[in-house]
Design a protein around this ligand. Structure first.
Ligand SMILES: [Cu+2]
Length: 270
């Protein structure tokens, strides 16, 4: 009973309590941390949800009305009518209009997401079975990002979501993400930024986000990619410009691409 109450309360106060990672018994979206995600949440909460609720209530009313009004005892001689032109036109036209009302803002959001503004920083995410690899092509940085096992988790790290090497990006900057995969299909997804793109071997997909507040954001591989699909999370740490520069100077040494790339070249030429 407590759990049911919790679910109901979380529907109504979801907006206020959600953080940037999934919460127990959460039903709504994670808090938006980018313009794109805010559009998606507004579209869902202010247009889709009212339409869905209205349709559900209307259909429920029709069913109850038919059950009561046309039950055998109240309506012993049922009508033999099979066609009604007016009703048929209405129940074709009205759903069409509803779909158009939904489609227009939906396409607007899709096209907005699809147009990548001039990027301040480009990162490349590569899906492997089963972890993510990242590159900062302009900074000569490359590293792998593995999920932290449950027994090694620190107090503030969420289970199945925290990784050893997070992607670090500056706040309020346009981040372009190049997404590909090395073996099978994966998908790079981060709910708070409204970002989800397939990672396809031999192809580079692009997306972008502009994180508006600092913090740690969590996502997961969103394409069924094999036995450990659920264990290749995505963690993005959004930091201030100064902190980013500081991380950058360390990362350039720690994750220098040169050596690793030479190894890869050697492997490739074998
Ligand atoms: Cu995957």
């Amino acid at each position: 009973m407590k759990k049911i109450l919790f679910i109901f309360s979380s529907i109504f106060i979801a907006q206020a309590t959600l953080a940037d990672q999934p919460k127990d018994w959460q039903l709504g979206f994670q808090n938006p941390a980018s313009d794109g995600m805010r559009d998606i949440v507004n579209f869902h909460n202010n247009l889709l949800l009212p339409i869905i609720i209205a349709i559900s209530v209307f259909v429920l009313f029709l069913m109850l009305y038919a059950c009561v009004r046309f039950r055998a005892s109240a309506n012993p001689n049922p009508s033999k009518r099979t066609h009604n032109v007016t009703v048929e036109i209405l129940w074709t036209l009205i759903p069409c209009l509803i779909l158009i009302v939904m489609a227009v803002p939906s396409f607007k959001i899709l096209y907005k997401q699809d147009t990548i503004p001039k990027a301040d920083l480009t990162i490349k995410a590569i899906g492997y079975q089963w972890y993510w690899g990242y590159e900062y092509p302009d900074e000569n940085i490359i590293f792998d990002s593995y999920m932290i096992e449950e027994k090694d988790l620190k107090a503030d790290q969420p289970r199945l979501l925290a990784v050893d090497n997070e992607v670090v990006v500056p706040v309020n900057k346009v981040i372009k993400v190049l997404i590909t995969a090395n073996d099978v299909l994966h998908a790079w997804a981060l709910p708070s930024f409204g970002v989800k793109r397939d990672a396809v071997p031999g192809r580079i997909n692009e997306t972008w986000f502009k994180a508006e507040k600092e913090g740690t954001y969590y996502g997961q591989c969103s394409e069924l990619c094999g036995i450990k699909h659920a264990f290749m999370p995505i963690t993005v740490k959004v930091v201030s410009e100064e902190d980013y520069q500081e991380w950058l100077s360390e990362a350039r040494v720690k994750f220098a691409k040169e050596e690793i790339e030479n190894d890869k070249l050697k492997l490739a030429s074998k």
